[in-house]
Design a protein around this ligand. Sequence first.
Ligand code: APR
Length: 254
Amino acid sequence: MTTTHAPPLSRGTRPGSGAGNIVVLTGAGISKESGLDTFRCADGIWNRVRLEDVATPEGFQRNPALVHDFYNARRRGLHDPAVEPNAAHAALARLEAEWPGEVLIVTQNIDDLHERAGSRNLIHMHGELNKARCDGCQGVVAWHEDLALDSQCPLCGETGWMRPHVVWFGEMPLEMDRIFSALDESALFLSIGTSGAVYPAAGFVSHVRRFTRARTVELNMEPSEGATLFQETLYGPATRVVPAYVEQLLATAG
Ligand code: APR
């Protein structure tokens, strides 16, 4: 565990709070101990399925049934009663509730574990498994069952246009303007459970270092691809390192 001292939280304070605003980036690692697979670990999803086939617009065009099967299996997996938010999700919900400044979670994950843990100020930049989008009317709706080619859009009534509301490689992640505004106003940037392999999320730490005085902290199982860009790094399972870090942070909030 390496820790370096950094400037106190200052930039991006909520009026009257005195504390700084916090942006937390999360990745698949934070949901691993809840029983959901990561992508690039040894037992990760991309070691079993070709991302070109199931996570690109071209793959969907080529074989939509394969893509629907892939996301239907992950959506069913998410509804398994054994899959619940873990202590790391709960710690971030506590941070949002108790921190005097703003706390925004920007998750790359398409699961709903942050919400189920109680987080409210949350952006799913890669979309959500429990939503579907109609390529006909562009409407986005809650969707909990299997999705198929003949699924009917509940908004425009058309069939054959429904797809998972998930951002695929080559597509623009969601709410990027809101994310960069929050990064620009942050006093602390936490990166949790992500390999730092996929942009633009992997570039957030460089943006924060270049344009703010925010403190940058990585909490992960092992050094990510961007590990050297963080002023502070804490390694270990998220259910151990995240609650401990949140406890320490709240103790400084006074
Ligand atoms: N606690 C903390 N970190 C963990 C744990 C754990 N229990 N288990 C694994 N990790 C770490 C791994 O060390 C790895 O660095 O989580 C990270 C997971 O990395 P990836 O599998 O690459 O997942 P992620 O970074 O979220 O991928 C980003 O890539 O394929 C796309 O859209 C997909 O959102 C995803 C994006």
